[in-house]
Write a protein that binds this ligand. Structure first.
Ligand SMILES: [Zn+2]
Length: 467
């Protein structure tokens, strides 16, 4: 043992550490971070409601709709979002840099060349600013015909809810300076073919961002399912199982060491699940082991395809009568994505879930890198890792927490904390074959990175993404 370890015996008596002195309990990082409870309490359902109502008031936010009017269409909507981020910035402790990025595209659902514009707000980190986590919502909306850009298309839940949640998260989180950078993104062109996410991925590459995670929020306000279920106590997080850009050689390594369910995206999902249990009262996360809903898409995908981890956070129960529908009543059924279909307090809970996840990932030290596992035909398992960055970038590093779980478990079950100078640790008499392992970095204040699974399967700092 390279460090003092406090041990409670079966009798509950504090034992002596290996060095013969009483264990120093204050050396351990806190496992509950009070600051996160405060942030959760600051998220406002009223402000989210006001923003959703404002977004709905633009009539349509279809990506091909009018851009000149100040009151109707996607141009007016995105200018309002940009102005609102700038207004939020006036009250921020950690300043936001607000700007737009765009590209002119044509495609199956974009018959004429059209400028697709994203609005982004960057809250630069103070220790490790190139390390980036992103929360995104979508600006655009649609009705039954994906090319109908003139009819009213309120898109209250899809996806004014995600956009409003993203702005509210900025209001809460910009009161704190974090080691890493947080980007709040309003993306366009989602319904026309995920263009806004691609534009953001290109921008991130240009800027040299190391994206550690994207939280794509798409529909976070509906609690009445098409199947009759009414439920405001659960949420879903979708994540890919293996990386989209895995090479044949990486697949070969995975075949022999596992990692089918431990992509960095999946381990972000596990972090989201754990943080909901710890910090969001009356909300349980259902991890879905899928990139997205069955044969449907969302804006985390273009970023996954660029090599970066990312998940989709959304309601558990969707209502298809209120998605992509012309506003109408048919056989007594009301169709349309109207404001009445949004539960603002539920949107608040899912926004708060984003807030604690962003705070953890931006507040953590640099994530473990180059994680390796060994122990074949031995009684014990050894895990080793490295951590990038200079002294400043890791100024908040308290140590690392090694995690393991049964191979059939969804969530990490056991953990062991080791101090900051540790780069390898052996778990005595834990047989490598029988568990999955990973390691997270832990900050002085207790904030923690997602668990990093060994090998290319689980790596966050993907070299390919930076190319
Ligand atoms: Zn949609």
């Amino acid at each position: 043992m390279k460090f003092k370890q406090s041990v409670f015996t079966a009798a509950g008596i504090l034992a002596l550490s290996a060095s013969g002195t009483l264990a120093d309990d204050h050396l351990d990082p806190p496992t509950e971070v009070q600051r996160l409870h405060t942030m959760v309490a600051e998220v406002s359902a009223g402000r989210i409601e006001a923003d959703i109502r404002k977004l709905v008031s633009f009539g349509t936010r279809h990506s091909l709709s009018d851009t000149k009017s100040e009151t109707r269409g996607i141009g007016a909507a995105r200018r309002w979002i940009e102005a609102e981020f700038k207004r939020i910035n006036e009250g921020c402790t950690a300043k936001l840099e607000v700007y737009t990025i765009s590209d002119t595209v044509t495609g199956r659902r974009v018959p004429e060349p059209t400028e697709i514009v994203d609005v982004i707000a960057v809250q630069r980190g103070i220790l490790d600013p190139d390390r980036v986590v992103i929360m995104s919502g979508d600006i655009d909306s649609r009705v039954s015909d994906p090319l109908n850009f003139t009819d009213d298309s309120p898109g209250a839940n899809d996806n004014a809810s995600g956009m409003a949640g993203t702005m509210e998260a900025a209001r809460v989180l910009c009161q704190t300076k974090f080691p890493g950078t947080i980007v709040y993104a309003g993306l366009s062109g989602e319904e026309q073919g995920l263009y806004g996410g691609r534009i953001l991925a290109d921008h991130a590459k240009e800027k040299g961002w190391r994206i550690m995670g994207v939280l794509n929020n798409d529909m976070i306000g509906n609690i009445e399912g098409i199947n009759g279920v009414v439920d405001n106590t659960t949420a879903r997080v979708f994540s890919e199982g293996t990386r989209d850009n895995e090479t044949a050689e990486e697949a070969r390594i995975r075949r022999f060491s596992g990692g089918e369910v431990d992509s960095p995206s999946r381990n972000i999902a596990r972090l989201v699940d754990r943080l909901a249990d710890d910090y969001i009262p009356n909300l349980d996360v259902m991890m879905i082991y899928r990139l997205d809903r069955f044969s449907r898409g969302g804006h985390h995908r273009p970023l996954n395809e660029a090599g970066w981890p990312g998940v989709r956070i959304m309601e558990t129960n969707e209502n298809y009568n209120r998605q992509h529908q012309d506003l109408r009543t048919e056989n007594g059924i009301k169709y349309g994505d109207v404001i009445e279909g949004v539960n603002f307090d539920y949107a608040r809970k899912l926004t708060a879930l984003n807030v604690v996840t962003l705070a953890s990932m931006a507040g953590a030290p640099p994530f473990p890198a180059d994680v390796k596992l060994s122990g074949a035909v031995q009684p014990s398992t050894t895990i080793s890792w490295d951590i990038r960055g200079d002294e400043k970038e890791r100024a908040n590093l308290k140590g690392f927490r090694i995690y393991w779980r049964l191979t059939t478990d969804a969530q990490w079950q056991w953990s062991h904390f080791v101090p900051a100078d540790t780069r390898t640790h052996t778990l005595e008499n834990v047989v490598v074959d029988n568990y999955f392992f990973g390691v997270a970095s832990v900050a002085n204040d207790g904030l923690e990175s997602p668990v990093v699974f060994p090998g290319p399967m689980g790596a966050f700092d993907s070299v390919k993404a930076a190319e």
